[in-house]
Design a protein around this ligand. Structure first.
Ligand code: PAF
Length: 282
């Protein structure tokens, strides 16, 4: 498996593969790979001839008071896992190689970033869209795989690819969970023992909410109030950032669940900001 840190070198390698008629797959990550990431790699592997994993903690998607400097990193272990799951190349640039001092070009889809994570992380999706567009251009990938835990991110990237006619197919991969239901996240490493023990209640609350929808409840306010009360009881140390019910494509709040909707939450548990979601199918 190759390791490349220079964007131009990555581009040259990928263009050479394309000239040989080889298809390229991409799994963008910020490293500290866990089973959620490796399931994305496993999903991508049969889709392409050459598989690129990017490992880059993208500074542009972190706000001023967020966890950029403390974000967990373990590059050696990332490379070992990427290789064990069949990656051909790990791309791990330094921030300066991706963003020149006078970097001035941004990609964004602001309408889809008005709610959920975009509301409390104003620069986040602009940073994601910009770095992912750069990765698409550098790798010339025909397929890229993203996790559905970051549902809003995936919805925005799907729109970006459509709107900018980028010739790539995006595959969304279901959330991978611990046995007790907690969604896998690199940020779970921040949880204390007490927080970790309570964190599965994020998922449990979402499942109960989906149960209410199955029983016929359609009013979004009633459902959100229900989940707020659940979390107050089951996650006393959690600070809810949002509990929202949105259109799954437009990421805009719905008042009544008339067709499929997405319930999405973000809860700050100590140092860890945890997100999760569930599709409400009606
Ligand atoms: O989902 C992530 O880990 C990041 O947002 C991504 C897509 C790798 C862009 O930095």
């Amino acid at each position: 498996m190759k390791i490349i840190t220079n964007p131009t070198e990555l581009q040259r390698q990928c263009l050479a593969w394309r000239k040989q008629g080889l298809s390229i797959g991409l799994v963008p990550t910020m490293g500290y790979l866990h089973n959620g990431h490796t399931s994305l790699i496993d999903r991508a592997r049969p889709e392409c001839d050459r598989l690129v994993i990017s490992v880059f903690v993208n500074p542009a998607q972190f706000g001023a008071n967020e966890d950029l400097s403390s974000y967990p990193r373990d590059f050696e272990s990332d490379c070992a896992k990427a290789e064990a799951h069949g990656a051909d190349l790990v791309f791990a640039p330094e921030p300066g190689a991706m963003y020149a001092d006078n970097h001035a070009t941004w990609v964004e889809a602001p309408k889809l970033g008005e709610h959920l994570c975009g509301a409390s992380r104003p620069v986040h999706f602009r940073g994601v869209c910009t770095v992912v567009t750069k990765l698409f251009m550098l790798t010339q990938a025909e397929t890229a795989v993203f996790g559905e835990k970051d549902w809003q991110q995936l919805a925005i990237l799907r729109r970006l690819v459509r709107d900018l006619n980028i010739p790539i197919r995006l595959i969304g991969h279901p959330i991978v969970r611990e046995e007790d239901g907690l969604a896998l996240s690199s940020r779970n490493a921040y949880l204390t023992g007490v927080e970790r023990a309570a964190a599965p209640n994020i998922r449990k609350g979402l499942l109960k909410l989906a149960g209410k929808v199955r029983e016929g409840e359609r009013d979004a306010e009633t459902l959100k109030r229900f989940l707020t009360e659940e979390y107050a009881a089951a996650l006393p140390m959690g600070v809810v950032d949002y509990i929202e019910i949105v259109d799954p494509d437009e990421i805009s709040p719905v008042e009544t669940i008339a067709r499929n909707a997405l319930a999405a939450v973000a809860v700050q548990m100590g140092k860890a900001r945890l997100i999760d979601n569930i599709l409400l199918e009606v």
